[in-house]
Design a protein around this ligand. Structure first.
Ligand SMILES: [Zn+2]
Length: 1017
């Protein structure tokens, strides 16, 4: 521990609190003290300043709304009074955490701006808007001096954040670490039913601005607290609506919060990789622009305060170990201090693994900061005080939870606010006292990130200039840009050494093989250098993941694999050869677009189908245009075009050129149309259908459609139930993965008790907007099922994925298909390799043969030529001979009889592969009641790869049970088709490579039989 050297002037104050110093020392960590004015305060004991008056009325309410004295701490059991600065009561009409009040975002912001107006210690920044246009803010709170020099302080932190700017000058960095104030960024209520944070953060901002106790002054003098009180603003306002509805209908049941953000619910905290949501982008920009050291995200679930930052293994493998040590330091200090206050149920460690970098807090972990997260206890969105009973697993004593939560408690929103504020103040105090240490670490982590090529590798990732899918490549680079990763572009060809070639799909860099070869890249190749401050996030996203089936962690908390180049189906080469950094290159800024527009001359245009998503966009851009899809590859104007390439007429060259340039779609003008078999590629009328049980996973599909500007109607299962002629409105209905069992999809919620509306009303102005209903309870019903069935029978296309595919199979919409039940299999959010089975199927136009698909739990199908074939129908009978004389290959010998004449020999059926239906025997065809006619049999478009190359990234155990099984199946049903996905092709903006499977189905919806070869019988 460093020796304290206290300046004389500070001694008096320091002595005052000397008897309290022991407590601080025991709290662990190296307290580094420098400035004369702060040395004393670092020893301050938590508790009010006796010379500052208390807001008596407010304090009385704090005690009234707190259900037990031990749910308070000396940090929050009073509120200091101020003559000039308003308390949260000014907008709430009551105190923070009152049982009758959840404020809307506008009220929270109004209060923060009142604080800003009243105090020179508060500054409010607008940091962007949500998908629905609501504002997001960040509130800085610090001493008058620090707030006055925010920009100058930021400039200092910028130098620590990027060591290249000060030539890796450790001395200068040390000076900055001694004088600059770190930024501790707190984010509240990303999860809308976890509703305590906004009021806790209103009061916290007040305390930090007003409280004159040495403990709080120490925080405000030494660091800048940055607060985004509401991360999911759209969801917050909806949650308050639900709460108000509940208050107005106290004896009725009330709906779950079905929509949080515009697109997704709980998954908004899984977007820190793809960065597709506005809230992710706004928080990331705020974190990076302020060069913050911490991102501390507030949640509510387990009792009473779980500092889950420390978590459990396996830790994310791309992080700097300095960070994982910081987790331990801050987290255990937190437990220690709150235990000292006598607050029960405060713990760290727990079961949460820190493998996936998809959580909001991980923006800090992957950008040289410190990620932190609290789970505090809440009542599921209501502000009311409620009696709660906890399960034994939540209340038992474990080594990491020595003071567990109580089995039965009355829990209030105020209790929650007490815990959140106390934990945060303890953390802020610890950070203030150790600010130099954490700034040194910040510098060190930034330096090590820039030195990555030298110290750990790789040197760079190269995205080749001759990429087949330039549109997807540009999208992947856009993800990197949203992550604030620097991108360069080669201005000349270059050659580096790479590991010797391995089979396609094999992982790079096996330690066993050191054989190398060289690889050349053309000018225009993109280079993501690892000698940059944010190399870790680039490395984490572009690399492969391997989760061992033997890992002691048996319950992965989230996805185990995410390799972005695989999910986007583009090439990214991991290069360890440092020579790559010497290639001639220039930095790329601004939007990266794939090259596009019209070349050549002529009035017929051809667009090669490479599986890029903009092909569908351009089709919808010109609804009146004549687009034809080529059913075979062809060559024209000296170029080759793959199956599914579009031949366009009746669109002006100028319009097509403009769209092609904007969307990154190359268009070739031809003198005449090529002679190739074609069918119309139409722009169908699409509906995306949701249940009222859960809207989580389908939201990613809506986002994919909006992002690619594919229009659709958004309907619910109730709409399908009420519309007997769906064909009049739609050509394609998409039923993305939905919540609930098959039975629940039909039944909906129980019809007992009262209706539960989800609707925009005066009382609930923020509900609706996406979809509305007077009563969320009714499901699809048998009517709805029948309407979907007749929609397909009349020529419509129904797309189902994962559990909705299971639904289609179970309810007879997909004759000949069964779901492959594999109890032994373990897949948890992995990328798995797929192979094209039938490249003439329009569904796989432009899709490469080695596509990686996202698999949540390892779903796959079986196909059969009989109606109820199932899995058993695939291999009728046994191929093994009976017990008898001779070897296994010999025919049996029948004593006393001549060998069989050939006329009596059975017809040998070809052996079916796991992705094929078993050939029909003459016995099955004798009276083929259950035999599906050849033109109605399932057609497999995509299957899983062989077992040895099946795993791309993540966890796979028991893969032999799904290897080679069907993944995407096109099932004709009378005049229409049901298309089934065992994978989820549209997931978290991470699977752009498999969107084409859906968009192809759209564009070829009335010609899905193209190129189909029918069985003879
Ligand atoms: Zn949460």
């Amino acid at each position: 521990m460093r020796q304290r050297i206290l300046p004389v002037g500070a001694l008096a104050l320091a002595l005052v609190s000397a008897n309290r110093a022991d407590a601080q020392r025991q709290s662990g960590g190296a307290t580094t003290v420098n400035a004369a004015t702060t040395a004393d305060l670092s020893l301050a004991k938590p508790g009010r300043d006796p010379n500052q008056p208390v807001d008596e009325a407010y304090t009385k309410k704090i005690r009234e709304y707190t259900t037990e004295p031990f749910f308070l701490s000396p940090l929050v059991d009073y509120l200091p009074a101020s003559k000039t600065v308003p308390t949260p009561q000014a907008v709430l009409g009551d105190i923070a955490g009152a049982p009758t009040k959840l404020p809307y975002s506008t009220e929270v912001y109004a209060y923060m701006r009142m604080l800003e107006k009243a105090s020179p210690r508060v500054k409010v920044f607008s940091i962007g808007t949500t998908e629905e246009g609501r504002e997001m803010i960040a509130v800085a709170v610090a001493s008058d001096e620090l707030i006055a020099k925010l920009d100058a302080n930021k400039a200092q932190l910028a130098r620590l954040a990027d060591p290249r700017t000060i030539n890796f000058d450790d001395k200068l960095a040390e000076q900055i670490a001694q004088t600059a104030a770190p930024v501790y960024y707190i984010t509240g209520t990303i999860h809308s039913p976890e509703s305590g944070a906004p009021t806790a953060l209103m009061e916290l901002a007040y305390r930090l601005a007003v409280d004159d106790s040495p403990y709080i002054r120490n925080i405000r003098d030494n660091l800048i607290t940055l607060i985004t009180p509401i991360v999911e603003v759209d969801g917050r306002d909806r949650e308050v609506d639900i709460f108000k509805w509940h208050m107005a209908h106290p004896d009725e049941t009330y709906p779950n919060l079905l929509y949080w953000g515009h697109y997704v619910a709980h998954d908004n905290n899984r977007d820190a990789m793809g960065m597709t949501l506005k809230l992710s982008q706004n928080v990331m920009n705020t974190f990076v622009d302020n060069h913050a050291q911490v991102l501390h995200d507030l949640h509510e679930s387990v009792p009473f305060l779980y500092d889950n930052t420390i978590g459990d293994g396996p830790y994310n493998a791309w992080l700097d170990p300095l960070l994982t040590n910081e987790w331990q330091m801050i987290g255990w200090n937190n437990v220690q201090e709150m235990t000292r206050f006598g607050m029960p149920g405060v713990f760290a460690h727990g079961q949460f693994d820190t493998w996936s970098p998809g959580y909001l807090m991980f923006m800090a972990a992957t950008h040289n900061g410190i990620s932190r997260l609290y789970e505090t206890f809440g009542n599921g969105g209501t502000a009311e005080t409620v009696e709660r009973q906890l399960s034994p697993s939540e209340t038992e004593r474990t080594w990491w939870r020595q003071n567990p939560p109580l089995p039965r408690v009355k829990w209030s929103l105020r209790n929650n606010n007490n815990y959140e504020q106390t934990g945060l103040l303890v953390s802020l105090s610890y950070f203030a006292n150790n600010r130099q240490l954490f700034l040194r670490n910040f510098w060190e982590k930034s330096k090590r990130s820039v030195n990555k090529p030298k110290e750990e590798g790789p040197a760079a990732y190269v995205l080749p200039g001759d990429e087949r899918r330039k549109g997807a490549q540009a999208e992947l680079l856009a993800v990197m840009q949203r992550q604030h990763v620097e991108i360069s572009r080669a201005t000349a060809p270059f050659t580096v050494s790479v590991p010797a070639v391995k089979p396609k799909g094999a992982k790079p860099d096996s330690a066993k093989s050191s054989a190398t070869t060289t690889r050349s890249f053309p000018a225009g190749s993109y280079i993501i250098r690892m000698d940059q401050p944010f190399s870790r996030i680039a490395d984490a996203l572009l690399d492969y993941q391997y989760w061992s089936p033997d890992d002691p962690q048996k319950n992965p908390y989230d996805d185990t694999g995410w390799t972005f180049p695989e999910g986007f189906n583009v090439t990214a080469v991991r290069v360890t050869d440092p020579k790559v950094l010497d290639a001639k290159m220039e930095r790329v800024t601004g939007q990266i677009r794939a090259p596009g527009g019209v070349t050549g001359s002529g009035s017929v245009f051809a667009i090669n189908n490479n599986g890029d998503n903009a092909i569908a966009t351009i089709r919808y851009r010109f609804p009146a245009g004549d687009f034809q899809a080529a059913e075979e590859p062809f060559a024209a104007a000296g170029r080759s075009f793959g199956r599914g390439s579009l031949i366009v007429r009746n669109v002006s060259r100028g319009d097509l050129d403009k769209a092609g340039q904007e969307l990154g779609v190359p268009v070739v003008a031809l003198g005449s149309a090529p002679s190739v078999r074609t069918h119309p590629a139409r722009a169908p009328r699409v509906a995306i259908m949701h249940t009222w049980i859960s809207t989580q996973t389908e939201g990613w599909w809506r986002m994919a459609f909006d992002f690619n500007k594919i229009p659709y109607d958004y309907i619910s299962v109730q709409d399908a139930a009420n519309d007997a002629n769906l064909n009049a409105k739609y050509d394609v209905i998409i039923f993305p993965p939905a919540g609930g069992s098959n039975q629940q999809i039909i039944e909906g919620l129980p019809m007992w008790r009262n209706p539960m509306p989800w609707k925009k009303t005066e009382l609930t102005p923020n509900l609706g907007g996406t979809d509305e209903t007077d009563d969320i309870r009714p499901g699809l019903g048998w009517n709805g099922l029948q309407h979907l069935q007749s929609f397909v029978a009349n020529g419509g296309v129904l797309i189902n994925a994962v559990n909705s595919a299971d639904f289609a199979v179970q309810f007879g919409l997909a004759p000949g298909v069964s779901v492959n039940e594999v109890p032994r299999l373990r897949v948890v959010g992995s990328l798995l390799r797929a192979k094209v089975v039938d490249d003439a199927s329009p569904i796989v136009y432009g899709v490469s043969d080695d596509l990686a698909v996202y698999s949540d739990e390892g779903s796959s199908f079986n196909v059969s030529n009989t109606r109820y074939g199932g899995r058993g129908g695939r291999f009728p009978g046994s191929n093994n001979r009976a017990t008898g004389r001779g070897t296994a290959d010999d025919p049996d010998f029948l004593p006393g009889r001549a060998p069989l004449d050939s006329a009596f020999q059975p017809i040998e059926l070809p052996q079916a592969k796991p992705w094929q239906a078993a050939p029909l025997s003459i016995e099955q065809l004798r009276n083929p009641v259950n035999v599906i006619p050849p033109d109605q049999r399932p057609r497999v478009a995509l299957r899983f790869a062989d077992q040895k190359e099946l795993l791309v990234s993540g966890l796979l155990d028991g893969g032999s049970d799904i290897a080679q099984r069907p993944v995407v199946v096109d099932v004709p049903l009378q005049k229409g088709h049901v298309v089934l996905f065992a994978n989820n092709p549209m997931w978290r903006g991470e699977t752009l490579g498999s969107y084409a499977l859906v968009f192809n189905t759209l564009l070829n919806w009335d010609n899905l039989n193209a190129g189909r070869k029918l069985d003879a019988r």
